[in-house]
Design a protein. Structure first.
Ligand code: HOZ
Length: 430
């Protein structure tokens, strides 16, 4: 596969952008290759600067659930663009998108738009602290809630990929009130809440974790979080930036039938444009300025082009049968990959919730960050490179999820399984 242009672009980018990328995992350091510079995309495919085509399972890290350049989304963006790109003033579109999210997600009674998932979680945590008058935040190892200082503790995603516990630049005093516990460990949560519950502002969790690879919640785990927060007057925040409108139209909370107090969104609700949002109980959301004293603001918040893209995306997703299609294709992909691993004698463990998948190079069941880290990372790197050469674009980290879109038709899924078979055979032979 010819990669001359990507190679030159990466060399030039490294001179002007730290690491040559605007988000660390994209540099492909963990998988021992150079990043491909993407020139365009269509449906389930990406095309790089050398015009190589790839079946895309990154989907811009989650938002592209309809596939790339869906005609309805492009039309909505084009119409919005014709009216202007940013007004810094209220619009009908932001109100409509808020209504659409509120309709879909029963725990959300009010919603505030921001510009990224990081902003959404950061603001939700501030609100939780402001509303409860408490400081402690509980999170879980391997969950990633964006890069706000308070939450960058034992995080997944890029920090796990680079194998660093946190980041220089975050004073110890800033994270002294953040406790990180093992994911899916209900007992650990009960015990910490028994001791500190009355000082805990909130528990924040990815109800379907997608930043330590993909890890589903164990039966009863989310229920425990709901119960202990209610018992202690703490808030429960679901970070559904990745799984919202992904694992079900109403998100993980509708799938598992839990009502958190606050929910964070991003990715899909922006239809591929930069968006975040946080929402929840009216009595809590009313404490945000200007209705209440908890301050949060943003120049581009509720950007009309992003709102239009999000609305068009949700309109497609609410059509009957959409999530059944995603389920069927994702199920076939997971089965096919598992069979290929077995056939080639490669120990691998698979997790899947709807169209979010995780494939780990370990014989352990992956149920938390500790077990995710038993994965054979050099082997994942080799698999990644084999798959890339075969035209399959995976996330370049064992600690990211794989996303299937509605544009992944049966032929694309079968092509991926065949490529995996060949790639896994190369691993077992190597
Ligand atoms: N780390 C984020 C996803 N888990 C975003 C990665 C990126 O955009 O490169």
């Amino acid at each position: 596969m010819k990669t001359d242009r990507s190679t030159v672009l990466f060399q030039n980018s490294q001179k002007v952008i730290p690491g040559g990328v605007n988000s660390p995992v994209r540099a492909c350091k963990a998988v021992g290759t150079l990043p491909r510079f993407i020139h365009r995309a269509e449906g389930c495919r990406l095309f790089d600067a050398d015009d190589n085509a790839y079946i895309d399972y990154v989907g811009s890290w989650g938002p592209m659930i309809l596939g790339h350049r869906h005609p309805a989304v492009i039309q909505a963006i084009t119409e919005a663009l014709a009216r202007g790109t940013s007004f810094g003033a209220p619009t009908d579109l932001e109100m409509e998108l808020a209504c659409r999210v509120i309709e879909a997600v029963p725990s959300v009674e009010m919603l505030r738009m921001v510009n990224s998932g990081t902003e959404a979680t950061m603001s939700a945590v501030r609100l939780a602290r402001g509303a409860t008058g408490r400081d402690i935040i509980i999170k879980f190892d391997g969950c990633y809630h964006g890069h706000a200082d308070t939450l960058l503790v034992d995080a997944g995603s890029g920090v796990a990929t680079l194998n660093i516990p946190g980041s220089p630049g975050i004073p110890a005093s800033v994270v002294q009130h953040t406790l990180s516990l093992p994911y899916n460990d209900a007992e650990a949560v009960r015990s910490v809440m028994a001791e500190k519950g009355k000082d805990v502002a909130a528990i924040i969790v990815e109800p379907v974790a997608g930043n330590m690879g993909m890890v589903p919640p164990a039966p009863g785990f989310l229920e425990t979080l709901r119960a202990v927060t209610q018992e202690n007057g703490s808030l429960l925040i679901f970070d559904e930036v990745m799984c919202g409108f992904r694992v079900a139209y109403g998100g993980a909370q509708s799938l598992y039938d839990i009502r958190p107090d606050l929910t964070c969104f991003g990715k899909i609700i922006g239809g591929g444009l930069p968006v975040g949002a946080y929402g929840g109980r009216k009595d809590i959301m009313s404490q945000i300025a200007p209705e209440g004293p908890v301050y949060q603001a943003g120049t581009l918040s509720g950007n009309p082009v992003a709102m239009a893209a999000g609305l068009a995306t949700l309109e497609q997703l609410r059509q009957p049968g959409v999530y059944d299609t995603l389920e069927k294709r994702s199920g076939r992909l997971a089965e096919g990959l598992a069979a290929a691993a077995r056939r080639n004698g490669v120990p691998a463990s698979f997790n899947r919730v709807g169209s979010m998948l995780g494939m780990f190079f370990t014989d352990r069941t992956v149920e938390n960050f500790e077990t995710a880290k038993t994965s054979d990372l050099p082997r994942f790197g080799q698999y990644y490179r084999e798959m890339l050469d075969a035209g399959i674009y995976l996330a370049p980290s064992q600690f990211e999820a794989c996303f299937v879109s509605l544009a992944h038709d049966d032929a694309a899924i079968e092509q991926t399984i065949q490529a995996a078979d060949v790639s896994l055979a190369a691993l077992s032979n190597g």
